[in-house]
Every structure is written in structure tokens, then in C-alpha cells.
Design a protein around this ligand. Structure first.
Ligand code: UGA
Length: 436
């Protein structure tokens, strides 16, 4: 099958590469010439384990191409997958302008019947509008149908999540569209759930918001554990054996971040409000997460007289391990608060520093100072206080005794529960974590 993919971010590029891997002829479209050259040489513009290997392999087979020339990519494609971003607008709604641009380019260039498949996360009902929009702008007498095919990959495990997905969701309004998508996905050998378009769109939001809710629920219970003397790790373990609850996404911590959960919880809430419905569960999830992100900072603020002039070690900048993405990362919010209070920050992250430098350039910011170092040890040396924001292996590898040895005062606020409370205590570290 001849496939074109619009957007070479996490969703588009990973889908394109995996389609080529299972045998389809794929062209990935991006407006950035430099990025296209980079991808042609087998370099991935995003940090994602295993992706470059597959790019190199499939570039060599001749099944995977990249271009800025969208007209030629779209004109003869059997299917065009759209994986462009749908970022959050200030009011919480989804920004669909990238999607609209691509749809217009498709409408103006397709030369024969084709299926347009929306992978981007879009509010329920958007694909109906997308189909109408494309029809309105078509310049040739061809049939274009739109299908929904939401993506469930997580950053850091994107390739694995795609090739070994728990299920493929396809949302179509005709047998023809359903058959075509079935044929495209057949080589993956994965379960396919075929539903109507609006249900497919809803499945995506319902999944993301459910997982976000699960995390906020655990964070809420963790905070209560602290007050009543229970241990959230033990509680989560006990819960995980119940197959109805499941063992994943039970980790309490510094709150969820990333480009998806924060955006998709707000978008569904916005959509519900538009329909005059109050989505109280999701409202609560958003509220709990907002408070959770600065919970350790507030605790530390209570403990200290001031952060002004203190050397603060920040371990972890990205919103989770395995990615260089800083979007909605709890670390960013806390760094801002610390700088406003006059802290001198020494930050370490194995992948997030280049992006962090765009947000917080090295040097004086607000009342504080921002510095970046290459190892956790350099961040900890002589520090008055340490915050752990990301669960990187390199950060987990720092031993309790190292905190005691390296820091001026061994005072650690751990947003990821990386260490056993007893071990830190035994090493002589004053240790605050989540829910224990
Ligand atoms: C999420 C979903 O997991 C994917 O299924 C979905 O396709 C994707 O959003 C998307 O809509 O594109 P992602 O944001 O990459 O993927 O990352 P997750 O691994 O889900 O983590 C999200 C946040 O939740 C992170 O900040 C993570 O630290 C936090 N989290 C996760 C917890 O605090 N506790 C947990 O137990 C699990």
C-alpha cells in the first residue's frame, strides 16, 4: 500500500517508520528541509529508543522516503495518515490549525480516491468536520473519506508500543474505509477494534484521561498516606494484584506531565463544558495534578527560611525518563519557583539539557542562577538541598551514601520515590518523598 504521512513528530514519524517496517511504501512529509535531509541520512529528529535503527534499515530497503514536497506525496497515495500536533489553546481547547493546513494541502493535491486517516488526538466530532472541510476544498473529482485511528504510543517506548500495540482502534463510516485500514494493519498481526468514527475519537480521550485519573487518584491517596502513616508503595503493591485494577500506572509522584495527559484532560473538560456537561472526575484529576506538581517545593519552603543564595541540586528535567521532552514537566514549574526565590540551581539530566537551556538559559534568571552539569555528583557537590524530578536510571543509581557524602546538608526531596525511606535514613539523609 502506498502511504503518505503528514507530520514527523512522535506520532507521524513512528507510524511512518513502522508502516515501512511491515512492508508498506511510505513517504513522510515535513515542511522543514533540514529535518528531511537529516531523516534521509537515518537521523531521527526526536529522541526515541530504537527509532533510528528502524529508520536506517527501512531507508535502505527503499520503502521509506521523506520529502517537503507534499503535493507529490499526497497526489497518488492510497492512504494519507495525519499525525500533526494538536496543542492546547489558552482556554484548554485543542488547536486544530496544523490539521486544517494539512487537510487543505490534501484537498488541493489528491489526484485519485484516497483514505485520509487522522492519528492526531482530536475532539470528538472533528473527523466529521475534517471530511467536510476536505470535500469543500477538493479541486478534482475524486472520493476522499476520513477515518479515525488514534495513537496509543508513549514517548520513550514509541516503537515497541506501535509494533506490539495492545490493540489498534479504527473508526470508520464505511465498509470500504474499514477494509482499507484492516488491510494496512493486517501485517502487524494485532487485535483490531473497529468502531464508528466518533467512538474512536472518544476512546483516545477516555484512555488518556482514565490513566491521568489513575495517577491523580494514587497521588491523592499518597498524600493521605502521609497524614495517616501508611506507605503508598505498599498500598499500590496491594492494589496491583487485583486484576480489575491492574499493576501499571499506580506510581504516585510529582504529578503527570508531557504533551498528552495535561492537554487531553483539559480538552475533554472543555468539550464537556461546550455540551453543557460538567466532567467532575476529570476536573478533580486536573486539580489534584496542579497541586501535586509543587507539593515538594511547598514542603521544602516550609522547612527552609529561604532559598536565596542556596545551592539547589535538581536531578531530572524531563517529564519522565526515556525522553528529552520537557513539555509540562514538573521540574520546569519547580525550577521557576526556585529561581524566583533566589536559588542557585545546579541541574542534571541525561537527555533534557539542550531543551532546558532554551527554557532556562544558563546564568542569572529572575532572582536566581541556573547552571547545568554533566553528572548527578557535580549537581550534589556542596548542595544545601536536592530535588529529584525524573526517574532516570542515572539518578536512581546515586546511592544514599553519596547524598550524605557530597551534599553540604543532606536534605533530599524525591518526587519519584527512588529510594527506600529506611536506606536514606540509615545513610543519614533527611529525606522527603511522596506518600511515605
Ligand atoms: C501517554 C499515554 O501513556 C499514551 O498511551 C498516549 O498515546 C500518549 O500519552 C499520547 O496521547 O500521545 P506519554 O505522555 O508519552 O504517553 O507518557 P506516559 O508514560 O503515559 O506518562 C505520562 C506522565 O504520567 C508522566 O509525567 C509520568 O511520569 C506520569 N506517570 C505515569 C506517573 O506519575 N505515574 C505512573 O504510574 C505513570
Amino acid at each position: 500500500m502506498k502511504i503518505a504521512v503528514a507530520g514527523t513528530g512522535y506520532v507521524g514519524l513512528v507510524a511512518g517508520v513502522c508502516f515501512a517496517e511491515v512492508g508498506h511504501d511510505v513517504t513522510c512529509v515535513d515542511i522543514d528541509e533540514k529535518k528531511v535531509k537529516l531523516m534521509e541520512s537515518g537521523v531521527s529528529p526526536i529522541y526515541e529508543e530504537g527509532l533510528e535503527e528502524l529508520m536506517k534499515k527501512n531507508n535502505a530497503t527503499g520503502r521509506l522516503h521523506y520529502t517537503t514536497d507534499y503535493a507529490s506525496a499526497y497526489k497518488n497515495a492510497d492512504a494519507i495518515f495525519i499525525g500533526v500536533g494538536t496543542p492546547e489553546m489558552p482556554d484548554g481547547s485543542a488547536n486544530l490549525s496544523f490539521l486544517a493546513t494539512v487537510c487543505r494541502q490534501i484537498a488541493e493535491n489528491v489526484e485519485h480516491d484516497c483514505l485520509v486517516v487522522v492519528k492526531s488526538t482530536v475532539p470528538i466530532g472533528t473527523n466529521d468536520k475534517v471530511e467536510q472541510f476536505i470535500k469543500d476544498f477538493l479541486v478534482r473529482d475524486v472520493k476522499v473519506e476520513v477515518a479515525s485511528n488514534p495513537e496509543f504510543l508513549a514517548q520513550g517506548t514509541a516503537v515497541r508500543d506501535t509494533l506490539h500495540a495492545a490493540r489498534i482502534i479504527i473508526g470508520t463510516e464505511s465498509k470500504e474505509a474499514e477494509d482499507k485500514l484492516m488491510e494496512i494493519y493486517e501485517p502487524f498481526g494485532l487485535p483490531i477494534v473497529s468502531v464508528k468514527r466518533r467512538s474512536a475519537e472518544m476512546i483516545k480521550y477516555a484512555c488518556n484521561d482514565f490513566l491521568a485519573l489513575k495517577i491523580s487518584y494514587m497521588n491523592d491517596i499518597a498524600n493521605l498516606c502521609e497524614l495517616v502513616g501508611a506507605d503508598i508503595e505498599d498500598v499500590a503493591k496491594g492494589m496491583s494484584y487485583d486484576a480489575r485494577i491492574g499493576e501499571r500506572f499506580l506510581n504516585a509522584g510529582i504529578g503527570f506531565g508531557g504533551s498528552c495527559f495535561p492537554k487531553d484532560t483539559k480538552a475533554l473538560r472543555f468539550l464537556a463544558n461546550q455540551h453543557g456537561y460538567e466532567l467532575k472526575t476529570v476536573d478533580a484529576c486536573v486539580e489534584v495534578n496542579k497541586l501535586q506538581k509543587t507539593r515538594l517545593f511547598e514542603k521544602a519552603k516550609d522547612r527552609m527560611i529561604t532559598f536565596a543564595g542556596l545551592k539547589v541540586a535538581v536531578l531530572g528535567l524531563t517529564f519522565k525518563a526515556g525522553t528529552d521532552d520537557l513539555r509540562e514537566a514538573p521540574a520546569s514549574e519547580n525550577i521557576k519557583l526556585l529561581l524566583d526565590q533566589g536559588a542557585e540551581i545546579y541541574a542534571y539530566d541525561p537527555a533534557g539539557v539542550p531543551r532546558a537551556k532554551q527554557q532556562f538559559p544558563e546564568g542569572e534568571i529572575s532572582r536566581g542562577i541556573m547552571r547545568y552539569v554533566d553528572t548527578p555528583e557535580l549537581a550534589l557537590e556542596g548542595a544545601n538541598i536536592c530535588f529529584i524530578f525524573t526517574e532516570w536510571g542515572e539518578i536512581k543509581a546515586v546511592k544514599p551514601a553519596d547524598y550524605k557524602r557530597l551534599m553540604r546538608t543532606p536534605l533530599v526531596y524525591d518526587g519519584r520515590n527512588l529510594h527506600a525511606v529506611e536506606d536514606m535514613k540509615a545513610a543519614g539523609v533527611e529525606y522527603y518523598s511522596i506518600g511515605r
